[in-house]
Design a protein around this ligand. Structure first.
Ligand code: ADP
Ligand code: ASP
Ligand code: MG
Length: 413
């Protein structure tokens, strides 16, 4: 019997009607002859509200307790979806990560999945039930509750699809699929029919919040085709899959904006072997994410200015860690800039098309937007800009790379 994993995001479960709608989709898949596993997020903006609630009590909540709090959101959803399926006359069971056996490491608020037990899942599926799993959460070896990072219900779904060898993994959300840019910021954006794991991974990492990047890592590793589609319509959506020869060979496939960044600058860093290693070892030891790194040397190679972008959430901790390092290593100063964003252009064609960087810089110049830092890799070019310039930069890049197109939003399955 084929197995399907369906994931519903927060907006797709925002009220009772939407919960019934999700339940009906699962039942439909069951009636079509599938074994069905649902993964659900917290309803609507519940997770944001829970974070605000924690912050109303203390500005610095212990991460362990934050995880205990945040996982309640998904627990509400699994129970309600199970009730909706039951009310429609079908058998369902809700499972938390602890009940299921979804084990992670112990890094609270951004834990990584280590092992998923199949026993309970197989047992419930064999009994003919629709199994509803709480996304975003896990437990560590000591039984502590963990979460996998914001937006990580996608990762729960992809990991379950991988472990179970699912025939399909469907991500139901509030857009018709993956677009050439966030359609909320670029109304002219076009839906992409098929996208490779590699390009999607980079788009997700660079700010395309429609998919959690670790979900794509799982999907790629276990070759699970992920189908991103609307929970409200039957429009075809986007397939995320291994690269195929007939995929669009356009140079740039999408543009993205990341607004949740901060830029850390270390000035007058003594420039001798081992300094960068010590700095980044300490940063990593404190679980501070490092996005892009820039360094330039001056004063005949005596000193360097060293900067890196990091998660805005990590900025305060990054400052504390870097200030300690500055004292120890004789670094001149530490500055944190919280007012930056990153725009990126992504596409496999970058390797073979010249002039992409030039097009990008020209577009930003036409928009009269100053570029503060540039980083490039084989399939991504990114620029750091002022936060206020981000959305405008994104629109100019979308135009410059001619990403607009007829689209296919009206197509049916
Ligand atoms: P869910 O609650 O279903 O997980 P998310 O809010 O996490 O939904 O993701 C869907 C949102 O992602 C869309 O509403 C859209 O604004 C945003 N988004 C960002 N980049 C893209 C993109 N390239 N294509 C489609 N949606 C995008
Ligand atoms: N509820 C979690 C969040 O808002 C996980 C998710 O939605 O994927 O981040
Ligand atoms: Mg999401």
């Amino acid at each position: 019997m084929p197995l399907i994993v369906q994931k519903f995001g927060g907006t797709s479960l925002a009220d009772a009607e939407k919960i019934h709608r999700a339940a009906r989709r699962a039942i439909r898949a069951k009636l079509e002859g599938h074994r069905v596993v649902l993964v659900v997020s917290a309803m609507g903006h519940t997770t944001d509200h829970l974070i605000s609630l924690a912050q109303s009590v203390t500005s610095d909540p212990p991460k362990r307790e934050l995880d205990v709090l945040l996982t309640t959101g998904e627990q509400v959803s699994i129970a309600l979806v199970a009730m909706a399926i039951d009310a429609a006359g079908h058998e369902a069971i809700s499972l938390t990560a602890a009940q299921l056996g979804l084990f992670t490491d112990s890094t609270h608020t951004r834990a990584r999945i280590q092992h998923i037990s199949r026993q309970r899942l197989d047992q419930e599926l064999s009994a003919g039930k629709i199994v509803i799993v709480a996304g975003f959460q896990g437990i560590d070896a000591g039984g502590e509750i963990t979460t996998l990072g914001r937006g990580a219900s996608d990762t729960t779904a992809a990991a379950l699809a991988a472990v179970l060898g699912a025939d399909r993994c469907e991500i139901y959300t509030d857009v018709d699929g993956v677009y050439t840019a966030d359609p909320r910021l670029v109304p002219k954006a076009r839906k992409i029919d098929e996208i490779s794991y590699d390009v999607m991974l980079e788009m997700a990492a660079a700010g395309a919040g429609v998919m959690h990047s670790r979900a794509i890592e799982f999907a790629k590793k276990f070759n699970v085709v992920v189908h991103v589609r609307s929970s409200l319509t039957d429009v075809k959506g986007t397939r995320i899959m291994a690269e195929t020869s007939n995929m669009e060979a356009v140079a740039v496939q999408g543009v993205t904006l990341r607004e949740d960044l901060a830029f850390v600058s270390l000035t007058a860093v003594p420039n001798h072997p081992g300094v960068a290693a010590r700095i980044f070892a300490e940063v990593a030891r404190n679980h501070i994410l490092v996005d892009d790194i820039v360094q330039n040397i001056y004063d005949g190679g005596k000193y360097a200015n060293l900067g890196f972008s990091t998660n805005a959430d990590d900025a305060a901790q990054a400052r504390a860690v870097c200030e300690r390092l500055a004292e120890r290593l004789g670094i001149g100063g530490v500055e944190i800039d919280n007012d930056v964003s990153k725009v990126s252009a992504i596409g496999v064609g970058m390797r073979t098309h010249s002039g992409i960087a030039a097009t990008m810089f020209e577009a930003l110049s036409h928009a009269e937007i100053n570029i503060e830092n540039i980083s490039t890799s084989e399939i991504v070019i990114s620029c750091i800009v002022r936060r206020k310039d981000g959305p405008k930069a994104l629109r100019f890049l979308h135009d410059a790379f001619k990403l607009e197109g007829p689209g296919n939003a009206g197509e049916s399955r």
